[in-house]
Design a protein around this ligand. Structure first.
Ligand code: PGA
Length: 240
């Protein structure tokens, strides 16, 4: 299966920055990995126009679980799709932390995304204290079971919270153990279909550590924050 390198631009940049970054990706040339960029919501349409007809896909960073309604400030899955997105990141640890998103809320969003024809990228991962206590598989197992609907058809991302934006990347052994655990959990729940889900790793992925992380068994690609804001670094990861 081809690996996916997804860029999570978070709340950075204005339309002109997004357009420059997207334009810089046009010159990537043939790659052996699929690319996806997830700009802030206001920039999705502009980025999607620039990347239309290229192999680089565009995604959102969150969506509401309802089809429509009186939800001031929120964005529906169909709106993301309408703006040109094919994917949406859901349950990112920053959403779980700063917006108190529960596993149940994430599962409802996944259902909404799938109903609108978007591919959901569901994030799971333990925090520092949970890892120190040896609870990482318990935490991730619970997140997986409760955040994924029975008809899940998307992508997973393992992002240990302590590795996000910190420069502290998980070791290859940590990544190997967790991705195997996630694979086994998916197969137990979904049967043979569980073998096919792509499981991205995220947390301080950079060009210098990408090759070794992407070579770990059951790693289906990378979800990249900081390093996705520079085309050179993002493409460096894609080519690693
Ligand atoms: P980072 O972020 O690459 O800056 O650590 C990853 C993420 O939050 O998806």
């Amino acid at each position: 299966m081809r690996q996916t390198i997804a860029g999570n631009w978070k709340m950075h940049g204005l339309t002109q920055d997004a357009a420059s970054l997207a334009t810089a990706l046009l010159g990537a040339g043939p790659l052996t990995r699929d690319l996806l960029v997830c700009p802030p919501a206001t920039q999705i349409a502009a980025v999607a126009r620039i990347l239309a007809g290229t192999p680089v896909a565009v995604g959102g960073q969150d969506c509401h679980s309802a089809v429509q309604g009186a939800f001031t400030g929120d964005i529906s899955a169909a709106m993301l799709r309408d703006a040109g997105a094919s994917h949406v990141i859901l349950g990112h640890s920053e959403r779980r932390q700063y917006h108190a998103e529960s596993d149940d809320a994430v599962r409802a969003k996944v259902l909404a995304a799938q109903a609108a024809g978007l591919t959901a990228i569901v994030c799971v991962g333990e925090n520092d204290a949970e890892r120190q206590a040896g609870w990482e598989t318990g935490v991730v197992g619970k997140q997986l079971n409760a955040s994924l609907p029975d008809d899940f058809a998307g992508i997973l991302a393992y992002e240990p919270v302590w590795a996000i934006g910190t420069g502290r990347t998980a070791t290859e052994a940590d990544v190997a153990a967790m991705h195997l655990f996630i694979r086994q959990t998916l197969v137990r729940r979904f049967g043979p279909a569980g073998e096919a889900f792509s499981i991205l790793y995220g947390g301080s992925v950079r060009p210098a550590n990408a090759a070794s992380l992407l070579a770990v068994p059951h790693v289906g690609g990378a979800l990249v924050g900081g390093a996705s804001l520079k085309a050179e670094d993002f493409l460096g990861i894609a080519r690693a």
